[in-house]
Design a binder for this molecule. Structure first.
Ligand code: CFM
Length: 539
């Protein structure tokens, strides 16, 4: 390894006080592949240090916005001051498509209890009950979810007992989430809380047998910019039935019935691995890691489904679909590659996409200089192989860990132990496994957890990537530095980027962004001034 390595890490943290610098440097790693297949350890899923400007969001955002929000007919009520409800209103581009105009769709609404000082001082449970009654009168939903914001936890409102009371009163499914913003170190805690709630209150309610021969659930796909529509179309053409998605383009009924599927496909490991694990234990449904970002990854994921069901007819259909789709993909790739080959990128986003989107860039010959998650855990970086070595800290202990046992009546192993062993032996299967981001990155590439604004600016200054990927909070600062910034959360106004059609979309989007030089022409007034002064001095 060159001397440059410790140097870049120390440069990035140089400005911090000593203790902070020490802690931050444990979250910055130069990727390497050890002989035993492991990668260097990274510090992750720990508190952001005070004073550092993070990209992260809160626990409420992870629960309400990310995991439950995309369901079109679970009516979500935010219990809290109006700001939390308002700022989580339609800010994530999770799309939905009800089967008919008569089917409910509450996505466009934002319901809040609008807590005032009165409730903060005397308690807000009464107002919450009134809000639930009012919402029920207006919408007559099958299910209502209540989301706690920070003050709810601070004053001690019991949303769970309110949910129980109102469930008895109204006769519909009502459940609450203790997902106060401060509950965990990031939105990741909210994912876990949402997973627990879905598992306790929704999954397994409806035992009816779904139609279809090959039945799967798609976990951790949230239909941003229409991503799930593309995947649904692919599955349909292959003859695979999606019983439920968690939770892009999903409905309550499918979720209640999801334990009747035979396979769980986990797309975003970070946000939904808990549901996959718990469903396997309780109902006997195995899970495999899938990824539909990237054309090659999409093909690989479809083939895994064929492999799992081990049915020649299904495998043939899958191959046919892949062959049909790859014609246009190859053509687009060749075209775009001619302009993008060798260009560089950096990706700092979320807990999953910083990994998945690398595939798309590599497919057009671009190089990843650095990547990192906002709130991924060590297993998302290093792979699930490190799970036994992760110490549970006080912040993680704060989140309920459900004890799950096989359902005495409904557990049914989809595969025999021998069949499972055979599938697991096939590495491509990634049965119950996520290999993590770092093993799939090249050696020497920089990995940074919970990157700060300061580090972002330093990286850009030093490496001048051709494109930077992040979110809306980072975007404008990056562009002011002359570098185009692709939003990988909301896709700006673009997408879908999944499957084969999505890959082509993405190639051309990146191609356009690299081709347009507008950001590099940008001069800030003080830069002009500095140049005038310099020129004058030179004269
Ligand atoms: Fe999973 Fe997501 Fe992501 Fe995520 Fe998110 Fe998102 Fe994301 Mo924004 S669930 S971890 S909490 S893939 S909202 S759809 S883009 S940070 S990388």
């Amino acid at each position: 390894m060159s001397n440059e390595i410790p140097e870049i890490v120390s440069q990035l943290v140089e400005i911090y006080p000593k203790k902070v610098a020490q802690r931050r440097s444990e979250q910055i790693v130069i990727n390497a592949h050890n002989e035993d297949g492991s990668v260097p350890a990274i510090r992750a899923n720990v508190r952001t240090l005070p004073g550092i400007i993070t990209q992260r969001g809160c626990t409420y955002a992870g629960c309400k916005g990310v995991v439950i929000g995309p369901s079109r007919d679970i009516l979500s009520i935010t219990h809290g001051p109006i700001g939390c409800g308002f700022y989580s209103w339609l800010t994530r581009r999770n799309q939905t498509r009800p089967p008919t105009d008569d089917d409910p769709n509450y996505i466009n609404y934002s319901l809040s209890t609008d807590m005032q000082e009165q409730q903060i001082v005397f308690g807000g449970e009464k107002k919450l009950k009134e809000a639930i009654r009012e919402a029920f009168q207006l919408f007559k939903p099958k299910a209502i979810a209540i989301f706690s914001t920070c003050p709810v936890g601070l004053i001690g409102d019991d949303v769970h007992s309110v949910a129980r009371d109102m469930k008895a009163e109204l006769g519909i499914n009502i459940f609450g989430f203790s997902c106060e913003g401060y509950r965990g170190v990031s939105q990741s805690a909210g994912h876990h809380i949402a997973n627990n709630g879905l598992f306790k209150s929704v999954i397994g309610i409806d035992d009816s047998v779904p139609e279809g021969k090959y039945k799967v659930n798609l976990l951790g796909e949230y239909n941003i910019g229409g991503d799930a529509f593309v995947i649904e179309d692919l599955f349909k053409r292959c003859g695979v039935t999606i019983v439920s998605t968690f939770s892009g383009n999903s409905d309550y009924k499918g979720m209640c019935n999801s334990h009747m599927a035979d396979l769980n496909l986990v797309m975003c490991h970070r946000s939904i691995n808990y549901v996959a694990e718990m469903m396997e234990t309780k109902f006997g449904i195995p899970w495999i890691k899938a990824n539909f970002v990237g054309a090659d990854s999409s093909a690989k994921s479809l083939r895994k489904v064929g492999e799992y069901f081990d049915d020649q007819e299904l495998k043939d259909r899958i191959e046919k679909v892949i062959a049909e789709e790859m014609v246009a993909v190859e053509e687009a790739r060749k075209d775009v590659r001619s302009r993008c080959e060798g260009k560089t990128t950096m990706l700092f986003v979320g807990g999953s996409r910083a990994h998945h989107y690398q595939d798309l860039f590599r497919e057009i010959g671009m190089k990843v200089l650095a990547a990192g998650y906002e709130f991924g855990h060590r297993d998302d970086y290093e792979g699930r192989r490190v799970l036994p070595t992760i110490k549970t800290d006080a912040d993680s202990r704060n989140i309920e860990q459900l004890t799950v046992t096989p359902d005495p009546k409904r557990f049914h192993a989809r595969k025999s132990p021998e069949e499972l062993a055979k599938l697991a032996a096939n590495l491509e299967m990634e049965l119950r496994n996520y290999v993590g981001m770092m093993p799939e990155m090249e050696e020497g590439e920089l990995v940074i957890d919970d990157i700060s604004e300061h580090e972002t600016e330093m990286l850009i200054d030093k490496y001048k990537p051709d494109i930077f990927c992040a979110g809306i909070k980072e975007k404008f600062a990056v562009q002011k530095m002359g570098i185009p910034c692709k939003q990988l959360h909301s896709y700006d106004y673009g997408g879908p980027y999944t499957g084969f059609k999505g890959a082509i979309n993405f190639y051309y989007e990146i191609d356009r962004m690299l081709g347009i030089k507008v950001w590099s022409y940008l001069r800030a007034p003080w830069q002009e001034k500095a140049e005038e002064v310099q020129t004058a001095a030179a004269d």
